[in-house]
Design a binder for this molecule. Structure first.
Ligand code: GLV
Length: 305
């Protein structure tokens, strides 16, 4: 904030409690702004951009995903949109592996069991999960986070498949297969693509049915890439075995069916939540604003897709 104030503009901030800025307050506080630093809980659409008015030059999202921003509306108004790629790649891949390990080795279920203080004794079939070594991880979206996840998974002895797309194009270190084949062959499917009109409900009932019954789904990307009702049904009927979810279709509320299932591990959209990463994201967003207000090029502009 200090760095922004030094540039001249006054800074209006709403972030006392965390969480989404109430819409009315957002519309009021952006009036006449030259820059906005926002998080993924703020929906930045034509109404907000118009509330800011013609002085607005840049919207800096403190996130890599920009599905909360109407890019076409920003572009039409000559407003630059920026995001925070790279700095959160390793943190998000770490959490992906955490969820993958948790669902394959049933760590959260086992923790709840110990806390229940039910009597137990070691037994060969007690809390048996699935091996990572020798199993196949299917990565949907072989971009920065997908590749960082693959690096980690290889260290656990997993074989990697990737779906076609920008990141996978020309990649020599991975077996690229079409999505239907990836879903059929993978023991764990992990989602790392952006949410847009092409990927909304990319994983629905048919896709889940096509997965192995022993397979798990991990999602640290965006909730709406998965049809969450179809996922609940697939988990209830045993079409797939387990899921590890950091993101939900209607955040902050997971589908109520998920809460009842023991074969699901849930975290509240904390993929990038380590202290160093969060600091780096904030600094990158501010650096983007400073660059634009000084008349230079932003570090990480987001183009129209
Ligand atoms: C978090 O979800 C992000 O897009 O940075």
């Amino acid at each position: 904030m200090e760095r922004l104030s030094m540039l001249g503009p006054s800074v209006v901030s709403y972030d006392d409690s965390g969480g989404p800025t109430p819409r009315g307050l957002l519309l009021d506080s952006v009036r006449g702004a030259c820059a906005m630093v926002v998080s993924l809980t703020e929906r930045i659409d034509a109404e907000v951009l118009d509330a800011a008015g013609p002085s607005l030059r840049v919207v800096a999202n403190v996130a890599v995903g920009t599905d909360n921003i109407d890019l076409a509306a920003a572009h039409a108004r000559g407003v630059i949109v920026t995001n925070t790629p790279d700095v959160l790649t390793e943190a998000t891949a770490d959490l992906t592996m955490g969820l993958l390990l948790a669902v394959q080795r049933r760590i959260v279920e086992a923790d709840a069991f110990v806390r229940s203080q039910e009597p137990w004794a070691w037994a060969p079939d007690f809390f048996v999960g699935e091996a990572l070594a020798g199993s196949t991880l299917g990565i949907v979206g072989y971009g920065r986070i997908g590749r960082a996840t693959a690096r980690r998974a290889r260290a656990f002895g997993m074989r990697i498949l990737a779906s076609p797309g920008r990141g996978a194009y020309g990649a020599k270190d991975v077996n690229v297969v079409e999505l239907p084949e990836l879903l059929r062959r993978s023991d764990v499917v992990s989602l790392h693509c952006p949410l847009n009109e092409r990927t909304r409900h990319l994983i629905g009932a048919r896709e889940l049915e096509s997965m192995k019954r022993s397979a798990a789904l991990v999602n640290t990307a965006r909730g709406a890439i998965v049809d969450e009702s179809a996922l609940v049904r697939a988990l209830e009927t045993g079409a797939i075995r387990a899921a590890g979810l950091d993101v939900f279709e209607h955040e902050p509320d997971p589908h109520p069916g998920l809460l009842k299932l023991a074969n699901v591990v849930l975290t509240p959209h904390v993929g990038s939540a380590d202290a160093a990463t969060r600091r780096a994201m904030a600094e990158m967003a501010v650096a983007n604003v400073v660059a634009v207000l000084r008349g230079g090029d932003p570090l990480s502009p987001v183009g129209l897709r």
